[in-house]
Design a protein around this ligand. Structure first.
Ligand SMILES: Cc1ncc(C[n+]2csc(CCOP(=O)(O)OP(=O)(O)O)c2C)c(N)n1
Ligand SMILES: CC(=O)[C@@H](O)[C@H](O)COP(=O)(O)O
Ligand SMILES: [Mg+2]
Length: 658
């Protein structure tokens, strides 16, 4: 660890905090901020959220005794300070293979509990842990940190309903209120928190009143106890009735989340309360780093590597799938007045900023509420509009039932645009978009497209919004959009990208292997993997194996022309950036069976495993989704068919976790 972090290097675990004086604690907070800017500007990561929880996390670990007490974080992107205070201070490979995860990780530390980076789950975890403590008679504490954004998620309110019902079950909820998700948090809850924020006089009044009365002889203490006992009435008088107290939850706050002493005092009171209690703390996302503080978009919520002195990105981003979608949405919006857009608190990350600036009345930010987004889209469609819900693929998982039972069952024309589909890599297991083309396979009437390049994204988005009686899905990868991949010809709704080459020293169309007429392999290339599939075909050519590469464009339903095209070949291979289980390969195999086309088929995709964080390229290599790996497998298969090999080569080695 570099020098300059004299206090931080003394902290090897939470209990080392107990020995620091108030002045040293403030010094530690300053060192942590400097460390975060220095480290995260090199690696990229969630700089803004973590700059906002420095004092909060120090106070948490001074008041509670982790890991005996469970300190839980919602979403977990704001757990860097927690890691620094629990023995993990090498951030040189943050979010990189073999380095620290960007989220809590049980493999890293006994202080970490929730690895799932999907928002709004922490209160469910906390309720379960608190119930377990009660059943087992343990007096350990459970403290859950949830952001104001995550608090807009439905799961949080399902948990609060249960938590509020157990008046004697200790549980501390810290609401980290920085008034933002990425952008300012929306909705009635945000407005209510704002109301509470502006009544901080109550806490100051109480603190000052307690101080005066405790110094008043004889009558002072009893009077304070009476006033404190009448606190509810007092609070009503000073602060509007909080919905948390309406729910039956004790509310403490609002507290300055950057004042360690005030936070410790509030957390200590909450810890002693003996029932569910909310500590509402006010923080600033990006605090202490001016470029983050001045970032209107999202306070440096999630950044790539930057120049620390300017805050400017080290690399300028090339055209992304997201930007292609965003630009096309604006054009669509001009042509179709019925097209409206929905985001779940991620307007800019999903590319809807320009649409929102152009059509402010036709975009709806529902907060971190993907289930509500899907069902409200069914309402919008039924009301005569065509909603486009743009969301990261992994986050649609939680809205599966709404897609099935609200949108599809009612024949609603809703288009789901899934960004970050496929392996994303550095955000870890819960962020890979590897389940959408499996879970959505079972939704009757739903049509799903996977564009291979920018032109196909524009085309397939337009085809999708033409469908007004069923859900449509368009899914694409994270990051820079790939090169244009032209079609050679159209078969049904599919694009042939490459005709089988004439195999060296064999007659045209004759396979070099086994000498049977017709090309050897039909390679079904799904979405953005088209360049890799063309590379595979080139490698197979060198093995004397002739290959047709076809892009189905719409992967659900399987194109009616595919079985007949397959029947011209000896082997079918599918390649997708989605889970193998129940993916496109499975659907193609089923379509061939249904059409009576009995051919060997090998499906290549993501194995049903949780993939540890690493770069996308590293993860794809680990799971064997590379051109050389697949070409080797297919060569072995064809050789086996020709009797030149007893068995096919084994698939790639299993990555970290099953
Ligand atoms: C289900 C789900 N939807 C969207 C996201 C993307 N996301 C990550 S952090 C974040 C904002 C969280 O805001 P808040 O809870 O207030 O935490 P803060 O970043 O302000 O500390 C969002 C929308 C997610 N992680 N999970
Ligand atoms: C924590 C979270 O869910 C998001 O902030 C996530 O990190 C998004 O990552 P990208 O937008 O960089 O894909
Ligand atoms: Mg927030």
């Amino acid at each position: 660890m570099g020098d300059g972090w004299e206090l931080l290097t003394r902290i090897r675990g939470p209990r080392d905090l107990d020995r620091l004086s108030p002045e040293e604690l403030d010094g530690l907070a300053a060192e942590i901020r400097g460390f975060l800017v220095d480290a995260v500007s090199k690696t990229g990561g969630h700089l803004g959220p973590n700059l906002g929880v420095v004092e909060l996390t120090i106070a948490l670990h001074r008041v509670f005794d982790s890991p005996k007490d469970r300190v839980l974080f919602d979403t977990g992107h704001q757990s860097y300070v927690h890691k620094l205070l629990t023995g993990r201070q090498d951030f040189s490979r943050l979010r990189a293979r073999g380095g620290l995860s960007g989220y809590p990780s049980r493999a890293e530390s006994e202080h970490d509990v929730i690895e799932n980076s999907h928002a709004s789950t922490v209160l469910g975890w906390a309720d379960g842990l608190a119930k377990a403590n009660e059943v087992l008679g343990k007096d350990d504490h459970v403290v859950a940190v949830i952001g104001d954004g995550a608090l807009t998620g439905g799961m949080a309110w399902e948990a609060l309903n249960n938590i509020a019902d157990a008046k004697d079950r200790p549980l501390v909820i810290v609401v980290n209120d920085n008034e933002r998700s990425y952008a300012p948090t929306i909705g009635g809850l945000a407005n209510h928190l704002a109301t509470l924020r502006t009544t901080d006089g109550y806490e100051r009044f109480l603190a000052r009143g307690k101080d005066i009365l405790e110094r008043t002889p004889v009558v002072g203490r009893p009077l304070y106890e009476t006033l404190h006992g009448a606190k509810k009435g007092l609070k009503d008088f000073i602060a509007p009735q909080g919905m948390f107290e309406d729910l039956g939850l004790k509310y403490v706050g609002p507290i300055d989340g950057h004042d360690i002493e005030a936070m410790e005092s509030a957390l200590t009171r909450a810890k002693r309360f003996g029932g569910p209690v909310i500590v509402h703390c006010l923080t600033e996302k990006g605090r202490g780093y001016q470029h983050a503080e001045q970032d209107e978009a999202d306070r440096f919520h999630g950044i790539g590597p930057i120049h620390p002195d300017t805050g400017l990105p080290v690399k300028t981003a090339a055209a992304s799938w997201t930007s292609v979608f965003g630009d096309e949405m604006v054009k669509l919006g001009r042509e179709r007045e019925d097209v409206v857009a929905i985001t779940a608190a991620m307007l800019q990350p999903v590319g809807l900023k320009k649409f929102a600036e152009t059509f402010p009345e036709r975009v709806f930010d529902v907060g971190i509420a993907e289930q509500h987004a899907a069902t409200s889209a069914a309402g919008l469609a039924t009301g005569g509009l065509h909603p486009v819900f743009a969301v990261y693929a992994t986050f649609l998982n939680r809205a599966f039932d709404q897609v099935l039972m609200d949108v599809a069952l009612h024949g609603c024309g809703v288009t789901f645009v899934l960004d970050r589909a496929g392996v994303t890599g550095d955000d870890g297991a819960s962020h890979n978009g590897m389940w959408d083309m499996s879970i959505l396979q079972v939704v009757p009437t739903l049509r799903m497209a996977a564009p291979r390049d920018a032109e196909q994204l524009r085309a397939q988005l337009r085809e999708a919004v033409q469908v007004d009686d069923a859900p449509t899905v368009v899914r694409y990868s994270k990051g820079v959009v790939g090169p244009a991949v032209p079609a050679v010809r159209r078969v049904g709704g599919m694009d042939v990208l490459r005709e089988p080459g004439t195999v060296p020293d064999g007659p045209p169309g004759m396979s070099g292997m086994g000498g049977t007429p017709g090309p050897d392999v039909l390679l079904v290339s799904v979405g953005a993997l088209a360049p890799m599939c063309l590379e595979i075909a080139g490698l197979l050519d060198k093995q004397g194996i002739s290959t047709t590469v076809v892009d189905p464009r719409w992967v659900k339903p399987v194109d009616e022309a595919l079985p007949a095209l397959a029947a011209e070949h000896r082997v079918v291979v599918t390649v997708e950036d989605n889970g193998r289980v129940g993916g496109v390969g499975s659907a193609v195999a089923q379509a061939l069976r249904d059409a009576g086309v009995d051919l060997p088929l090998r499906d290549f995709g993501i194995p049903p495993r949780f993939l540890d964080h690493a770069s996308r390229k590293e993860v794809m290599a680990e799971i064997g989704l590379t051109a050389p790996d697949i070409a080797r497998q297919v060569t072995g298969l064809v050789a086996k068919l020709d009797g030149r090999l007893d068995d096919e080569p084994s698939r790639a080695a299993a990555p970290a976790r099953d």
